[in-house]
Design a protein around this ligand. Structure first.
Ligand code: TXA
Ligand code: MG
Length: 336
């Protein structure tokens, strides 16, 4: 398949991408979290093409992207708590609600709920509005690989597999949206942590829980089917290390063919050719923005067989960074 390369700073290119979506094509596009791979959510045949292009298991449901929060009414049953959550919409938040009939099973993997999100990044909203349809979109990576946060990542993964790639800015948040499930009138369960943090959600809801699958190995059924798969994984094995810089230097002294993911404060590690910094140890937003690009950079060097990563903090957006690294590592942690 020939893949058209389009640019989101050109109106006619956004219009072209919208036309393609309307016509049943699959089109990758930027959002503030990660690049998505979109299709008309009301067109099952188009939605199925997304699963093929990514190699995604068909039991993993997709997020439906809207241009306004109020459109949720058309596709799902909302409640008062949903409207409190619209304080974070547009933004990096996905809300799971009971679905209406018009959302096909191909999108929800047969579940009776649907995940809805309104992206903040303006060209994404323009695209959805112009297409005039809800847009089902997972992250635009090959299934299991780190999500794409730069246009080049999508070009690397999806050229020849999709009708078009709309290229835009690097993703400012850099990790996928926070996924929350509304339970009853006043309870939220975080199924996947992201840019809208637990602390932020607690400002509008007194009962906010974190699904155990976020920080521990999957045993049983997580609320979001996607959380059970090995995810975000570069080709190299990822191992998380808990310890001081000195302990890590000692630990790696007899190792070979590895890269190290650390923080700006790790001055001695950073003098080595094989280390990349995620940013300062407490700068969780920068760590989120850089994480997937760092994992993809290590994979470009085919001699790297293992990536040792320092365990990030878990405050605020740090929890999202920790969750993605834990999943990339398959929960493989070494305590020094
Ligand atoms: O930031 C994002 O959310 C990006 C951009 C493109 O918007 N999208 C994204 O989609 O990360 P994806 O498909 O990679 O992740 C969707 C997650 C999966 O873990 C999936 O299992 C969960 O949302 N999900 C979708 N629909 C669900 C539902 N009805 N019930 C529970 N979990 C659901
Ligand atoms: Mg994904």
């Amino acid at each position: 398949m020939k893949t058209e390369i389009l640019y989101d700073n050109t109106d006619s290119d956004i219009e072209r991408a919208a036309e393609l979506l309307k016509g049943g094509a699959i089109v990758a596009f930027p959002t503030e979290t990660v690049y998505g791979l979109g299709a008309n959510a009301l067109d099952s045949a188009a939605v199925k093409k997304i699963f093929e292009a990514k190699g995604r298991p068909s039991d993993n449901p997709l997020i439906v992207h809207l241009s306004y929060p109020q459109e949720a009414e058309k596709y799902a049953f909302t409640n008062e708590l949903f409207y409190r959550l619209t304080r974070f919409m547009p933004g990096p938040l996905t809300v799971i609600l009971k679905k209406r009939e018009n959302i096909p099973d191909a999108v929800t993997a047969g579940l009776d709920s649907v995940a809805l999100r309104v992206p903040y990044y303006l060209p994404a909203r323009k695209l959805i509005k112009l297409a005039g349809v809800p847009v089902a979109a997972p992250s635009a990576n090959i299934s299991g690989k780190p999500s794409p946060t730069k246009a080049q990542h999508v070009i690397d993964d999806m050229t020849g597999k999709v009708e078009a790639i709309l290229c835009g800015a690097d993703c400012s948040v850099g990790v996928e949206s926070t996924v929350v499930k509304i339970v009853g009138d006043n309870r939220l369960v975080i199924c996947r942590p992201g840019g809208v943090t637990k602390e932020m959600l607690e400002n509008i809801c007194s009962e906010v829980e974190i699904d155990p699958a976020v920080i521990s190995k999957f045993e049983g059924a997580p609320i979001s089917p996607g959380m059970k798969y090995k995810h975000y994984s570069p080709d190299a094995d990822v191992i998380l290390l808990i310890g001081t810089e000195e302990q890590i230097i000692k630990y790696i002294s007899d190792k070979s063919d590895f890269g190290i993911l650390c923080f700006d404060e790790d001055k001695h590690l950073l003098t080595r050719g094989n280390a990349l910094s995620l940013g300062r140890e407490k700068d969780f937003s920068l760590q989120a923005a850089r994480l997937f690009d760092c994992l993809r950079s290590f994979d470009k060097d085919k001699s790297i067989k293992t990536i040792y990563a320092r365990m990030p903090g878990d405050d605020g957006v740090g929890l999202a960074v920790r969750n993605r690294l834990l999943k990339a590592a398959g929960f493989d942690i070494v305590r020094l």
